[in-house]
Design a binder for this molecule. Structure first.
Ligand code: NAP
Ligand code: MG
Length: 484
């Protein structure tokens, strides 16, 4: 597969600024989910490669990278962001082929990655400690220092955005990172390492080891030389990561998805809401941690919203990533089976809207038609479990109290939104909704790299994105000087 002028070889790891085959010499096939074909072979990194990557990160901390000033790190990150933009089309194509994301959506991810580098580049020298008034004869102040080596285990749904928000913030604070991308999606992670290195990121500051979660991922999360772990993915694996972090007593940030509701009241501007109601469910084929998979609608506008959403679903077209339609394939046939398993649990429910798979979509592709269920009971499996596919459920409610009870009635708490023209209600809902982010009369705020993001409950803990992430990727040291 040609990925030039980006000079990456996906059958290699990127460690200490150089490409090298995994020590076992083994590779894994990388599948194009648009047609099921094998794109290329990727490195099957294992514990020995993770050891080498952690050692390289450690060496970087005591070398040029560790000595870089905050301003130098910031300037470099901004330069990396500009270099990402120089490769916007290649990166978008790589991501589209690798994970099946329609080209436009893949391109948006590249722009987000560049924006994260710009934001964290600008923020790197603006994280200040404080002076603390204390006893007579003392001067007390705080420093924000890097953890050291940070481990990043990321999923396949938004590789570039998640690299931007976690690796970007970690590097801004002077950590050195080891990144384990998902086995289904490692091309843009490798390309990013190459771009960053060419832009001047010192050897070992960012190392990428592709491979299986149970091998490379588990080795990274259990490694005693890793001082902080950032994980985005499933609840089950998140629990394992937290156990590993517990064994080594290192901090961990977990972002584990959700079942995020949009709550539509009778007094909402329905026309303004409609595009958000649907897009937040089908973007990236619903494989979004902050996907809005539950739409709660008050009785007075219920029929209107159901009819309008169903109509939009009827227009949705699903097909190969390169055809750049509304919806691409799921990331893999394994994910397709998971989603079809959920759909079969909805056989007792009314399907009110369904998108179409274009007739020329290759038969080996992982296609699932977008599906909209209506009149779903809040405790139904489809209203409780994260599906991670283009599936939404509509749930009716009578009043504000019932809306809050339903909205908060899952194990998750990542994102929520309230659609209402009543200002007092907006304020009440913002406080009552159990979520790390609440949107009023919008959903997702267009991604917002500046906006702290993370969950409560099974959605995880810790915050990435925004300035807040810089606190998570640093350690506070208090210095008390007694000088009389
Ligand atoms: P996953 O297994 O949690 O994968 C996420 C990352 O963790 C990948 O890099 C994976 O590597 C790695 N991993 C897997 N097992 C590991 C282990 N024992 N130790 C360390 N790392 C490990 O998620 P998935 O299986 O791809 O997807 C399954 C479900 O998870 C989805 O249906 C969805 O519900 C949820 N999910 C949520 C998010 C999110 O953004 N919150 C993202 C993806 C998936 P490999 O993939 O290479 O094995
Ligand atoms: Mg793939």
């Amino acid at each position: 597969m040609s990925v030039r002028p980006l000079n990456i070889d996906p059958s290699n790891c990127f460690i200490a600024g150089a490409w090298g085959a995994p020590l076992s010499g083994e590779t894994l096939p990388l599948i194009n989910p648009s047609d099921g074909s094998t794109l290329c072979e990727i490195a099957r990194g294992q514990a020995a490669d993770i050891n080498a990557a952690v050692a390289a990160a450690d060496a970087a901390l005591s070398g040029k990278w560790g000595k870089a000033t905050a301003a130098e790190r910031g300037r470099l990150l901004a330069k990396i962001g500009r270099a990402v933009l120089d490769h916007v089309d290649e990166l978008a194509r790589l991501e589209a082929m690798d994970v099946g994301k329609p080209l436009k959506q893949a391109r948006a991810d590249v722009l987000a990655l560049a924006r994260y580098m710009e934001f964290y580049g600008g923020a790197a020298d603006k994280v200040h400690g404080e002076t603390i008034p204390y006893l007579d004869g003392y001067t007390v102040y705080t420093l924000r220092e890097p953890h050291g080596v940070t481990g990043h285990i990321i999923p396949w749904n938004y590789p570039m955005q998640i690299i931007g928000r976690s690796v970007g913030a970690a590097l801004a604070m002077g950590n050195a990172s080891v990144l384990k991308p998902a086995e289904e999606a490692c091309l843009t992670a490798l390309a990013f390492a190459e771009i960053a290195h060419k832009a001047g990121l010192p050897d070992g500051a960012l190392n990428v080891v592709p491979g299986l979660g149970a091998e490379a991922g588990a080795a990274l999360s259990a490694h005693k030389g890793v001082n902080h772990i950032s994980f985005t993915g499933s609840v089950g694996v998140g629990k394992l990561i937290q156990q590993s972090a517990g064994t080594n007593v290192v901090p961990v940030t977990l972002e584990l998805g959700g079942k995020s509701p949009q709550v539509v009241f009778n007094d909402a501007d329905i026309n303004a809401a409609l595009p958000f109601l649907v897009n937040a469910g089908i973007q990236n084929a619903g494989q979004t941690c902050s996907a809005s998979s539950r739409i709660l609608v008050q009785h007075g506008v219920y029929d209107q919203v159901v009819t309008a959403m169903a109509e939009r679903y009827g227009q949705l077209r699903t097909g190969p990533a390169m055809a750049d339609l509304d919806v691409g394939p799921l990331v893999s046939n394994r994910q397709k089976e998971i989603v079809e398993g959920f759909l079969s649990q909805g056989e007792d429910l009314e399907v009110v809207g369904r998108g179409q798979i274009v007739t020329d979509a290759p038969t080996g592709g992982a296609y699932v038609a977008p599906t909209l269920f209506t009149d779903v009971a809040p405790d139904h499996a489809l209203a409780q479990k994260e599906i991670f596919g283009p599936v939404q459920v509509i749930i009716p409610f009578a009043d504000e109290a019932e809306a809050v009870a339903i909205a908060n009635g899952t194990d998750f708490g990542l994102v929520a939104s309230c659609w209402s023209e009543n200002g007092a209600r907006q304020m009440r809902m913002a406080r009552a909704l159990r979520a790390g982010q609440v949107f009023i009369n919008n959903y997702g705020a267009g991604g917002g790299v500046e906006l702290p993001f993370g969950g409560t409950g099974l959605s995880g803990h810790g915050r990435e994105k925004g300035f807040e992430a810089l606190y998570g990727f640093s350690v506070l040291k208090t210095i008390a000087a007694r000088h009389g």
